[in-house]
Design a protein around this ligand. Sequence first.
Ligand code: C2E
Ligand code: CA
Ligand code: CA
Ligand code: CA
Length: 279
Amino acid sequence: YAAKGNASSVSLYDNSHDAHNPRRLAMITELGSAIRSEQLVLHYQPRYSLQEGRWCSCEALVRWQHPKLGFIPPGEFVQFAETSELIRPLTLWVARTAVRQLALWQQTGLCISTSINLSTRNLLDITLPEALAELLREYGLQPGSLELEITETALMTDPDRAMQTIERLAELGMRLSIDDFGTGYSSLAYLKRMPLHALKIDRSFVRDMLHDDQDAIIVRSTIGLAHSLGLQVVAEGVEDPATLSRLREYGCDEAQGYVLSKPMAHAAALRVMQAPLPI
Ligand code: C2E
Ligand code: CA
Ligand code: CA
Ligand code: CA
Protein backbone atom coordinates (compact mmCIF):
# COMPACT_ATOMS: atom_id res chain seq x y z
CA TYR A 1 0.00 0.00 0.00
CA ALA A 2 1.08 3.60 -0.39
CA ALA A 3 1.27 6.35 2.17
CA LYS A 4 -0.49 9.55 1.29
CA GLY A 5 1.27 12.84 1.77
CA ASN A 6 4.92 13.34 2.53
CA ALA A 7 7.06 11.97 5.30
CA SER A 8 6.74 15.02 7.54
CA SER A 9 2.97 14.84 7.68
CA VAL A 10 2.15 11.20 7.23
CA SER A 11 -1.55 10.93 6.63
CA LEU A 12 -1.84 7.24 6.20
CA TYR A 13 -5.22 6.43 4.85
CA ASP A 14 -8.52 7.89 3.86
CA ASN A 15 -11.74 6.12 4.82
CA SER A 16 -10.09 5.16 8.06
CA HIS A 17 -13.37 4.28 9.63
CA ASP A 18 -14.42 1.90 6.88
CA ALA A 19 -14.03 -1.55 8.40
CA HIS A 20 -13.72 -3.13 4.94
CA ASN A 21 -10.99 -0.84 3.76
CA PRO A 22 -8.15 -3.24 2.83
CA ARG A 23 -5.51 -0.66 3.71
CA ARG A 24 -7.00 -0.28 7.12
CA LEU A 25 -6.85 -4.02 7.60
CA ALA A 26 -3.21 -3.98 6.44
CA MET A 27 -2.52 -1.29 9.02
CA ILE A 28 -4.02 -3.40 11.75
CA THR A 29 -1.98 -6.43 10.69
CA GLU A 30 1.20 -4.38 10.68
CA LEU A 31 0.46 -2.72 13.98
CA GLY A 32 0.19 -6.11 15.63
CA SER A 33 3.67 -7.09 14.51
CA ALA A 34 4.98 -3.58 15.24
CA ILE A 35 3.98 -4.03 18.86
CA ARG A 36 5.69 -7.43 19.00
CA SER A 37 8.86 -6.35 17.18
CA GLU A 38 9.51 -3.19 19.19
CA GLN A 39 8.82 -0.71 16.39
CA LEU A 40 6.98 1.42 18.91
CA VAL A 41 8.75 3.88 21.14
CA LEU A 42 7.66 6.02 24.06
CA HIS A 43 8.44 9.68 24.43
CA TYR A 44 8.07 11.23 27.86
CA GLN A 45 6.78 14.71 28.59
CA PRO A 46 7.79 15.90 32.07
CA ARG A 47 5.22 17.54 34.36
CA TYR A 48 6.20 20.29 36.76
CA SER A 49 4.66 20.94 40.15
CA LEU A 50 4.01 24.69 40.31
CA GLN A 51 3.29 24.54 44.00
CA GLU A 52 6.26 22.38 45.03
CA GLY A 53 8.68 23.84 42.47
CA ARG A 54 9.91 20.51 41.14
CA TRP A 55 9.47 17.95 38.37
CA CYS A 56 6.90 15.53 39.69
CA SER A 57 5.71 13.29 36.87
CA CYS A 58 5.87 12.57 33.18
CA GLU A 59 3.40 11.42 30.56
CA ALA A 60 4.29 8.51 28.27
CA LEU A 61 3.24 9.18 24.67
CA VAL A 62 3.56 6.44 22.06
CA ARG A 63 5.12 6.79 18.58
CA TRP A 64 5.51 4.27 15.76
CA GLN A 65 8.87 4.13 14.00
CA HIS A 66 7.71 2.48 10.81
CA PRO A 67 10.54 0.98 8.72
CA LYS A 68 9.14 2.42 5.46
CA LEU A 69 6.87 5.28 6.47
CA GLY A 70 9.11 6.71 9.15
CA PHE A 71 7.80 8.29 12.30
CA ILE A 72 4.02 8.00 12.75
CA PRO A 73 2.36 10.05 15.53
CA PRO A 74 -0.22 8.41 17.81
CA GLY A 75 -3.10 10.33 16.27
CA GLU A 76 -2.53 8.28 13.12
CA PHE A 77 -2.65 4.78 14.58
CA VAL A 78 -4.09 4.70 18.09
CA GLN A 79 -7.59 4.97 16.59
CA PHE A 80 -6.93 1.81 14.55
CA ALA A 81 -5.94 0.01 17.68
CA GLU A 82 -9.01 1.33 19.47
CA THR A 83 -11.37 -0.15 16.91
CA SER A 84 -9.65 -3.53 17.03
CA GLU A 85 -8.46 -6.07 19.55
CA LEU A 86 -5.02 -4.47 19.36
CA ILE A 87 -5.77 -1.85 21.96
CA ARG A 88 -5.10 -4.26 24.83
CA PRO A 89 -1.63 -5.35 23.61
CA LEU A 90 -0.82 -1.74 22.70
CA THR A 91 -1.79 -0.44 26.14
CA LEU A 92 0.02 -3.26 27.90
CA TRP A 93 3.15 -2.60 25.83
CA VAL A 94 2.97 1.10 26.75
CA ALA A 95 2.37 0.27 30.42
CA ARG A 96 5.26 -2.22 30.61
CA THR A 97 7.68 0.11 28.87
CA ALA A 98 6.69 3.11 31.00
CA VAL A 99 6.76 1.14 34.26
CA ARG A 100 10.16 -0.41 33.45
CA GLN A 101 11.52 3.06 32.65
CA LEU A 102 10.04 4.53 35.82
CA ALA A 103 11.66 1.79 37.92
CA LEU A 104 15.05 2.71 36.41
CA TRP A 105 14.46 6.41 37.05
CA GLN A 106 13.40 5.83 40.63
CA GLN A 107 16.60 3.80 41.14
CA THR A 108 18.61 6.89 40.16
CA GLY A 109 16.86 8.73 42.99
CA LEU A 110 14.35 10.61 40.84
CA CYS A 111 11.14 11.03 42.81
CA ILE A 112 8.45 11.10 40.13
CA SER A 113 5.42 9.18 38.92
CA THR A 114 4.43 8.39 35.36
CA SER A 115 1.17 8.50 33.44
CA ILE A 116 -0.17 6.56 30.48
CA ASN A 117 -3.26 7.16 28.35
CA LEU A 118 -6.12 4.68 28.40
CA SER A 119 -8.65 4.44 25.60
CA THR A 120 -12.39 3.81 25.78
CA ARG A 121 -11.99 0.15 25.05
CA ASN A 122 -9.45 -0.29 27.85
CA LEU A 123 -12.09 0.86 30.32
CA LEU A 124 -14.43 -1.90 29.18
CA ASP A 125 -11.71 -4.50 29.82
CA ILE A 126 -12.22 -5.49 33.43
CA THR A 127 -9.10 -7.67 33.43
CA LEU A 128 -6.86 -4.66 32.77
CA PRO A 129 -6.59 -3.45 36.41
CA GLU A 130 -5.12 -6.76 37.60
CA ALA A 131 -2.72 -6.89 34.65
CA LEU A 132 -1.43 -3.40 35.50
CA ALA A 133 -1.16 -4.20 39.21
CA GLU A 134 0.86 -7.32 38.37
CA LEU A 135 3.20 -5.22 36.22
CA LEU A 136 3.79 -2.79 39.08
CA ARG A 137 4.56 -5.69 41.43
CA GLU A 138 6.94 -7.19 38.89
CA TYR A 139 8.98 -3.97 38.78
CA GLY A 140 8.66 -3.30 42.50
CA LEU A 141 6.81 0.01 42.17
CA GLN A 142 4.18 1.55 44.41
CA PRO A 143 0.79 1.41 42.62
CA GLY A 144 0.42 5.16 43.19
CA SER A 145 3.36 5.84 40.95
CA LEU A 146 1.26 4.92 37.91
CA GLU A 147 -1.41 7.38 36.80
CA LEU A 148 -3.99 6.52 34.18
CA GLU A 149 -5.34 9.31 31.99
CA ILE A 150 -8.87 8.74 30.77
CA THR A 151 -11.15 10.99 28.76
CA GLU A 152 -14.68 12.00 29.58
CA THR A 153 -15.95 10.46 26.34
CA ALA A 154 -14.43 7.13 27.34
CA LEU A 155 -17.06 6.99 30.05
CA MET A 156 -20.01 7.39 27.73
CA THR A 157 -20.09 4.04 25.89
CA ASP A 158 -20.87 1.85 28.86
CA PRO A 159 -20.68 4.00 31.99
CA ASP A 160 -21.45 1.20 34.45
CA ARG A 161 -18.79 -1.10 33.11
CA ALA A 162 -16.26 1.74 32.80
CA MET A 163 -16.98 2.72 36.39
CA GLN A 164 -16.35 -0.85 37.51
CA THR A 165 -12.91 -0.83 35.87
CA ILE A 166 -12.15 2.61 37.30
CA GLU A 167 -13.11 1.57 40.81
CA ARG A 168 -10.94 -1.52 40.57
CA LEU A 169 -7.95 0.53 39.34
CA ALA A 170 -8.39 2.87 42.30
CA GLU A 171 -8.80 0.00 44.78
CA LEU A 172 -5.49 -1.38 43.53
CA GLY A 173 -3.90 1.98 44.36
CA MET A 174 -3.38 3.45 40.91
CA ARG A 175 -4.16 7.12 40.24
CA LEU A 176 -6.75 8.28 37.76
CA SER A 177 -7.03 11.58 35.98
CA ILE A 178 -9.44 13.05 33.48
CA ASP A 179 -7.62 14.07 30.30
CA ASP A 180 -8.69 16.93 27.99
CA PHE A 181 -11.02 18.14 30.73
CA GLY A 182 -13.73 20.47 29.47
CA THR A 183 -13.91 19.11 25.93
CA GLY A 184 -16.31 16.21 26.50
CA TYR A 185 -19.59 15.80 28.26
CA SER A 186 -18.80 15.47 31.89
CA SER A 187 -21.58 15.14 34.29
CA LEU A 188 -20.35 16.66 37.53
CA ALA A 189 -22.25 13.95 39.35
CA TYR A 190 -20.02 11.40 37.64
CA LEU A 191 -16.89 13.28 38.56
CA LYS A 192 -18.00 13.36 42.17
CA ARG A 193 -18.60 9.59 42.19
CA MET A 194 -15.30 8.71 40.58
CA PRO A 195 -12.15 8.01 42.61
CA LEU A 196 -10.11 10.64 40.77
CA HIS A 197 -6.72 12.13 41.53
CA ALA A 198 -6.56 14.98 39.01
CA LEU A 199 -8.17 16.93 36.20
CA LYS A 200 -6.05 17.87 33.21
CA ILE A 201 -7.36 21.12 31.73
CA ASP A 202 -7.37 20.86 27.96
CA ARG A 203 -4.87 22.88 25.95
CA SER A 204 -7.68 24.63 24.07
CA PHE A 205 -8.55 26.61 27.22
CA VAL A 206 -4.96 27.18 28.34
CA ARG A 207 -3.68 28.37 24.95
CA ASP A 208 -5.43 31.77 24.89
CA MET A 209 -6.19 32.27 28.58
CA LEU A 210 -4.08 35.43 28.79
CA HIS A 211 -6.03 37.08 25.97
CA ASP A 212 -9.46 35.50 26.13
CA ASP A 213 -11.49 36.37 29.23
CA GLN A 214 -13.80 33.40 28.81
CA ASP A 215 -10.89 30.97 28.67
CA ALA A 216 -9.41 32.59 31.77
CA ILE A 217 -12.74 32.19 33.57
CA ILE A 218 -12.98 28.54 32.53
CA VAL A 219 -9.45 27.82 33.71
CA ARG A 220 -9.95 29.59 37.05
CA SER A 221 -13.28 27.98 37.76
CA THR A 222 -12.01 24.53 36.80
CA ILE A 223 -9.18 24.97 39.31
CA GLY A 224 -11.70 26.07 41.95
CA LEU A 225 -14.08 23.22 41.16
CA ALA A 226 -11.31 20.62 41.21
CA HIS A 227 -9.91 21.87 44.48
CA SER A 228 -13.30 21.90 46.15
CA LEU A 229 -13.76 18.28 45.06
CA GLY A 230 -10.31 17.49 46.50
CA LEU A 231 -8.64 17.01 43.12
CA GLN A 232 -5.33 18.21 41.74
CA VAL A 233 -5.24 20.28 38.55
CA VAL A 234 -2.79 19.89 35.71
CA ALA A 235 -2.69 22.50 32.92
CA GLU A 236 -1.81 20.99 29.54
CA GLY A 237 -0.19 22.64 26.56
CA VAL A 238 1.47 25.56 28.35
CA GLU A 239 3.59 27.25 25.71
CA ASP A 240 4.87 30.48 27.28
CA PRO A 241 6.28 31.71 30.61
CA ALA A 242 3.54 34.34 31.14
CA THR A 243 0.82 31.66 31.01
CA LEU A 244 2.86 29.53 33.37
CA SER A 245 3.09 32.27 36.00
CA ARG A 246 -0.60 33.11 35.63
CA LEU A 247 -1.45 29.46 36.25
CA ARG A 248 0.70 29.52 39.38
CA GLU A 249 -1.18 32.62 40.58
CA TYR A 250 -4.47 30.82 39.97
CA GLY A 251 -3.30 28.01 42.24
CA CYS A 252 -2.93 25.40 39.51
CA ASP A 253 -0.99 22.44 40.90
CA GLU A 254 0.97 21.20 37.90
CA ALA A 255 1.84 22.23 34.37
CA GLN A 256 2.89 20.41 31.24
CA GLY A 257 3.75 21.91 27.86
CA TYR A 258 6.35 23.00 25.38
CA VAL A 259 7.50 25.93 27.56
CA LEU A 260 8.70 23.38 30.11
CA SER A 261 9.60 20.46 27.86
CA LYS A 262 8.47 18.73 24.69
CA PRO A 263 7.92 14.98 24.82
CA MET A 264 11.34 13.36 24.42
CA ALA A 265 13.11 10.02 24.36
CA HIS A 266 13.86 8.72 27.86
CA ALA A 267 17.49 9.86 28.09
CA ALA A 268 16.66 13.43 27.12
CA ALA A 269 13.61 13.50 29.40
CA LEU A 270 15.81 12.37 32.30
CA ARG A 271 18.27 15.21 31.63
CA VAL A 272 15.39 17.70 31.78
CA MET A 273 14.02 16.27 35.03
CA GLN A 274 17.47 16.24 36.68
CA ALA A 275 18.01 19.92 35.95
CA PRO A 276 16.31 22.91 37.56
CA LEU A 277 13.45 24.61 35.75
CA PRO A 278 14.86 26.30 32.62
CA ILE A 279 12.75 29.45 33.01
P1 C2E B 1 -2.98 13.86 24.87
O1 C2E B 1 -3.07 12.74 25.87
O2 C2E B 1 -3.87 15.03 25.10
O3 C2E B 1 -1.45 14.26 24.83
C1 C2E B 1 -0.98 15.57 24.68
C2 C2E B 1 -0.58 15.85 23.26
O4 C2E B 1 -0.28 17.25 23.15
C3 C2E B 1 0.70 15.13 22.82
O5 C2E B 1 0.59 14.85 21.44
C4 C2E B 1 1.77 16.16 23.11
O6 C2E B 1 2.92 15.99 22.31
C5 C2E B 1 1.06 17.44 22.74
N1 C2E B 1 1.59 18.59 23.50
C6 C2E B 1 2.16 18.60 24.72
N2 C2E B 1 2.47 19.85 25.11
C7 C2E B 1 2.10 20.68 24.11
C8 C2E B 1 2.15 22.10 23.92
O7 C2E B 1 2.64 22.87 24.75
N3 C2E B 1 1.63 22.59 22.76
C9 C2E B 1 1.09 21.78 21.81
N4 C2E B 1 0.62 22.34 20.70
N5 C2E B 1 1.01 20.43 21.96
C10 C2E B 1 1.50 19.88 23.10
P2 C2E B 1 0.87 13.40 20.85
O8 C2E B 1 2.06 12.80 21.52
O9 C2E B 1 0.88 13.53 19.37
O10 C2E B 1 -0.39 12.57 21.31
C11 C2E B 1 -1.65 12.84 20.79
C12 C2E B 1 -2.71 12.01 21.48
O11 C2E B 1 -2.56 10.62 21.18
C13 C2E B 1 -2.66 12.11 22.98
O12 C2E B 1 -3.29 13.30 23.39
C14 C2E B 1 -3.40 10.85 23.39
O13 C2E B 1 -4.79 11.09 23.36
C15 C2E B 1 -3.03 9.89 22.28
N6 C2E B 1 -2.00 8.97 22.77
C16 C2E B 1 -0.67 9.15 22.85
N7 C2E B 1 -0.06 8.07 23.37
C17 C2E B 1 -1.04 7.18 23.64
C18 C2E B 1 -1.07 5.86 24.21
O14 C2E B 1 -0.04 5.27 24.59
N8 C2E B 1 -2.30 5.27 24.32
C19 C2E B 1 -3.46 5.89 23.95
N9 C2E B 1 -4.61 5.24 24.11
N10 C2E B 1 -3.47 7.12 23.42
C20 C2E B 1 -2.28 7.76 23.26
CA1 CA C 1 -2.97 12.47 27.98
CA1 CA D 1 -4.72 15.86 26.97
CA1 CA E 1 -5.74 15.68 23.50
